[in-house]
Design a protein around this ligand. Structure first.
Ligand code: ATP
Ligand code: MG
Length: 416
């Protein structure tokens, strides 16, 4: 099968973990994402292990080698090993004995081929041992090379075992796929999409958000829409449409804009508070993600001039991130074939304003309560009121007034 010489394989902490796990007749191998990404020449972030030892044994072996063992999903057979600021998930070889589309009852085993067979896609079923030797129990290496995302076994059967695999199919297609998605997989996803409703919203959102921040989710999203999978998980996108996605992705590449979850999501959601709130609460997205969406909705059409006091004021008083999302989507909208011109700003000025907002640093008010106390203000609400007044003067000065200049503007009636 051949040896690989990945840099991460030489990490002392990783080799120590191998040594610990390859004890007492047990064996461990790196599996899944790390092997796949290495073969594709991509950076490897997470390194996951499969091991023949059962969780209590795994815990004992790694603790003896100075790792901290964190039980991560004991009924699934996963223990996380932590040492030297790195962590690795170790999952006992297993076989799914019973599945209901959401949870699997597992049986631990020692058979590598069985372990490979219960994994989702062929590209995720390659293993590497401590010496860097590659193991391919299902003979699927070519799929990795061809970037072919295919279910292991019958697509329909595998989806019915765990409907999350529908979303994982599109996520891995977004990341690795080229051309059209695998036809059998696509058909099965379309046929079985109603099973998605039985999944926990946390699992759904985790997959959807991961998909949205891949470099180019455009084709995956189109296929999700064609198969009705997108409507099943984001019904808000149904009548609104996803036309903005393609021009947004193009602009991101052309302009060097960062990949941003809020922007990508906003390109599919109707800009209406109730719809966005319904989306956020249904999928229980994080407070932070919710705030970001609200900032976008509340952002004003400020992009009426690039680099002006008015722009700086809007960025300061509103949310700069929200304004950036709004600006990017407006630029994407303008690239649509039948787009009507809105506002007086040229495309070029709009881009300048977006760039300005992206690099803008929020200035700090140059006076503080301490300055007022030193000037004889009595502690209390009067200080806050005076600071608010000074900050308004400062904003109107286009943030130019200094501490001295502002203190010179203290209203004499409030002082002393
Ligand atoms: P990523 O880089 O996104 O983390 P990954 O391949 O490591 O990719 P994970 O979600 O971390 O993906 O899962 C690790 C491995 O566990 C996968 O490679 C796959 O073999 C297996 N796996 C994960 N989820 C499922 C599932 N729902 N059904 C079957 N196998 C799964
Ligand atoms: Mg992973």
């Amino acid at each position: 099968m051949g040896r690989i010489s990945a840099e991460w394989l030489q990490l002392p902490v990783l080799q120590d973990l191998f040594t610990a796990l390859n004890c007492d007749g047990h064996e461990a191998r790196v599996v899944g994402g790390a092997v796949r990404d290495y073969l594709l020449g991509l950076p490897v972030n997470e390194i996951d292990f499969a091991a023949t030892s059962k969780p209590p044994e795994t815990t004992r072996l790694i603790e003896a080698a100075g790792f901290k063992a964190v039980p991560t999903g004991e009924d699934h057979g996963t223990v996380t090993a932590v040492r030297d600021g790195r962590s690795f998930e170790i999952t006992t070889l297993r076989r799914d004995v019973k599945t209901d589309g959401r949870h699997a009852e597992v049986e631990f085993g020692t058979d590598w081929e069985e372990d490979a067979t219960r994994r989702d896609f062929t590209i995720n079923a390659l293993y590497v041992d401590a010496d860097g030797e590659m193991h391919d129990p299902l003979g699927v290496r070519q799929d990795v090379e061809d970037r072919q995302v295919r279910f292991i076994g019958d697509a329909g059967t595998r989806i019915a075992e765990d409907y999350l695999r529908i979303l994982r199919f599109f996520r891995f297609f977004a990341r690795f796929g080229s051309g059209r998605p695998d036809a059998d997989g696509l058909k099965a996803c379309a046929r079985l999409k109603s099973g998605l409703t039985g999944l926990s919203v946390e699992r759904i959102w985790q997959e959807v958000s991961k998909l949205l921040v891949t470099r180019d989710p455009g084709r995956a999203i189109l296929w999700m829409r064609t198969t009705g999978v997108l409507t099943a998980v984001v019904p808000e996108s149904e009548n609104w449409g996803i036309d903005l996605i393609a021009p947004l992705l193009r602009a991101e590449l052309e302009q060097g804009w960062e990949i941003d979850l809020t922007t990508r999501l906003a390109a599919m959601l109707p800009p209406q508070k109730e719809r966005v709130e319904a989306f956020a609460s249904r999928l229980k997205i994080s407070n932070r993600a919710q705030t970001n969406l609200m900032d976008w909705l509340e952002a004003k059409e400020i992009f009426d001039a690039a680099d002006t006091p008015r722009l700086r004021k809007a960025l300061y008083l509103g949310s700069a991130d929200g304004q950036i999302v709004k600006g990017k989507l407006e630029y994407a909208r303008r690239q649509l074939p039948d787009a009507k011109q809105r506002g007086g700003l040229s495309d070029e000025d709009l881009l300048t304003a977006i760039d300005y907002a992206r690099t803008w640093q929020r200035p700090g008010l140059p006076v503080a309560g301490r300055d007022l106390l030193e000037l004889g203000f009595a502690p209390g609400p009067g200080i806050g009121e005076e600071l608010t007044r000074l900050s308004q003067i400062w904003i109107e000065s286009d943030f130019t007034l200094t501490n001295d200049e502002l203190l010179a503007k203290i209203s004499s009636s409030s002082g002393e």
